[in-house]
Design a protein around this ligand. Structure first.
Ligand SMILES: Nc1nc2c(ncn2[C@@H]2O[C@H](COP(=O)(O)OP(=O)(O)OP(=O)(O)O)[C@@H](O)[C@H]2O)c(=O)[nH]1
Ligand SMILES: [Mg+2]
Length: 471
């Protein structure tokens, strides 16, 4: 269905009504959102999921696949003409090349439709022919969800919050100095506006590099095709409400509002509001490796990101959703192939603890949730080594930097996640017991048997949770 706004109210047009009715009656569409912070593993997840849906030999935990009821799977043109297509072929090409490499970073939204021909089960199964289920997979940056909080704030409120927050941050020194030397009451000078926006953007990049997650507006970091446009050429300024028309300060406030109405709202309206099922990928191991501060930052970011899935936290979103909700949310610790399987339950527990704050504050309005440790593309094998008389459960793979094979023991994660998060809350700078190491592995060269997708860990279980009930 096409959703458009009319004077900020919402109507659903019946454009293409015949197709829509057809689809909803006979060909169900599942919109699966895949999100997570930068480098959390979204692209690899989608690429491997699609490859494993097309060739289902490794999908035995997906019930319909195990029962042989998925009789065909194929890619189709996606329904949304204005969203870039997820470049499945290029990403798969990277992973399955003779010298495989990880796909390039993707910094905007994209979409892909996989259609499955499914033989219904149950009593009527034998009587009915197969039906088609369309799976529309949407990849979007988790950072964009953080912008939801801007909708409730005026330029004044946002500016004073941001300025207060960056007061003590070294990364923002250059911006603060530039702002202090700029006369915001003077007539708008585009060069000055651009200089302020550029310095503020530099600050955001530096802050994110330093591990801060509160780096909004999200599109300043990931501008895509908005780069250079006025909607992202603004910056926080104190006292803009009281300055004259045509002044720099007033124009900044106007552009902030334009950002909200032309960038943030359309994303929530046209993409977010239509999602039925959601995966949130979290690079928990990466954060643990980076130390207590990074884990604490990640926890904060998860709480903020997940607030988008709790209708009621935001008036605009509640109005937009009109009671529609994401039905299932899967929290996945990605890249679990960095750990021997004997530690996967610890990783899942840490993952659950990281998102518990968000869950405790409110349930996700009836959505079913689950947590899982998974690897979209398994780059390692397991082995047990003898280390001075004790058995160490290791993983082996080719190191990304050198290409050399290495066996690797990352350290023992605590079985009680509060041990980890507790030392975070106490303000520890480093872990007490041991360092948790993460090696970066290169993807292993693949020789795929016909009918088999790339190797993974629990991707089939994830698929069963996300779409199994609809097949
Ligand atoms: N070992 C292993 N590494 C993975 C796996 N998935 C992702 N990675 C690593 O994580 C990196 C990021 O994965 P992407 O899928 O590109 O992550 P993304 O969320 O799409 O990243 P952006 O597009 O930059 O936001 C990859 O380059 C790999 O190094 C996995 O299943 N196993
Ligand atoms: Mg990506």
């Amino acid at each position: 269905m096409v959703i458009t706004t009319l004077a900020d109210g919402i109507i659903r047009t019946m454009e293409g009504a015949r197709d829509t009715v057809n689809e909803t009656l006979f060909e169900p569409v599942i919109r699966l959102g895949v999100t997570g912070l930068a480098r959390s593993g979204k692209t690899v997840f989608i690429t491997s999921l699609v490859a494993n849906l097309l060739d289902r030999g490794r999908m035995m935990q997906l019930q319909a696949a195990a029962e042989g009821r998925i009789t065909a799977a194929y890619l189709q043109p996606q329904p949304d003409d204005t969203v870039p297509r997820f470049d499945y072929e290029a990403h798969l090409g990277a992973l399955t090349a003779r010298e495989p490499h990880w796909p390039d970073s993707t910094r905007a939204i994209s979409e892909l439709r996989v259609s499955l021909k499914v033989q219904p089960n149950g009593l009527l199964g034998g009587l009915q022919g197969p039906r088609t289920v369309h799976l529309d997979i949407v990849d979007y940056p988790g950072e964009w969800l953080l912008d939801l909080a801007l909708l409730d704030k005026s330029f004044e409120e946002w500016s004073s919050e941001v300025l207060e927050r960056i007061e003590a941050r070294d990364e923002a020194k250059a911006y603060r100095e530039l702002l202090a030397s700029t006369d915001i009451t003077a007539k708008l000078d585009e060069q000055e506006a651009q200089a302020l926006a550029a310095k503020f953007t530099e600050y955001l990049h530096a802050a994110r590099g330093a591990g801060f997650y509160d780096c909004t507006p999200g599109r300043f970091l990931l501008p895509g095709d908005l780069a250079g446009s006025p909607a992202i050429t603004f910056a926080p300024i104190a006292g803009a409400a009281s300055v004259g028309r045509r002044s720099l300060g007033r124009e900044m406030a106007r552009r902030y509002e334009a950002y909200k109405s032309h960038v943030v709202k359309p994303f929530f309206r046209d993409q977010f509001a239509r999602i039925d099922r959601q995966v949130v990928l979290v690079d928990a191991l990466g954060a643990i490796h980076n130390g207590p501060r990074a884990v604490e930052d990640l926890r904060g970011a998860m709480t903020d990101i997940l607030s988008a899935f709790r209708p009621g936290t935001n008036a605009f979103l509640s109005r937009l959703l009109l009671g529609k909700r994401v039905e299932r949310i899967l929290f996945s610790a990605s890249k679990a192939d960095h750990l021997h399987h004997t530690q996967h339950s610890e990783l899942t527990a840490i993952m659950e603890a990281l998102t518990r704050d968000a869950r405790d504050r409110a349930s996700f309005a009836g959505a079913q949730t689950a947590s899982m440790a998974l690897a979209s593309l398994r780059a390692t094998t397991e082995e047990t080594l003898d280390h001075e008389g004790t058995a160490l459960n290791c993983v082996r793979g080719a190191l990304l930097d050198t290409g050399k094979q290495a066996a690797f023991y990352p350290g023992q994660l605590p079985s009680d996640p509060s041990h980890l998060l507790g030392s975070v809350r106490d303000g520890a700078e480093a872990w007490l017991d041991q360092d948790y190491q993460v090696m970066r592995f290169a993807p292993a060269p693949l020789t795929l048997k016909p009918g088999f997708g790339p190797p993974h860990i629990r991707l089939d279980k994830a698929a069963q949770f996300l779409i199994g009930d609809k097949l």
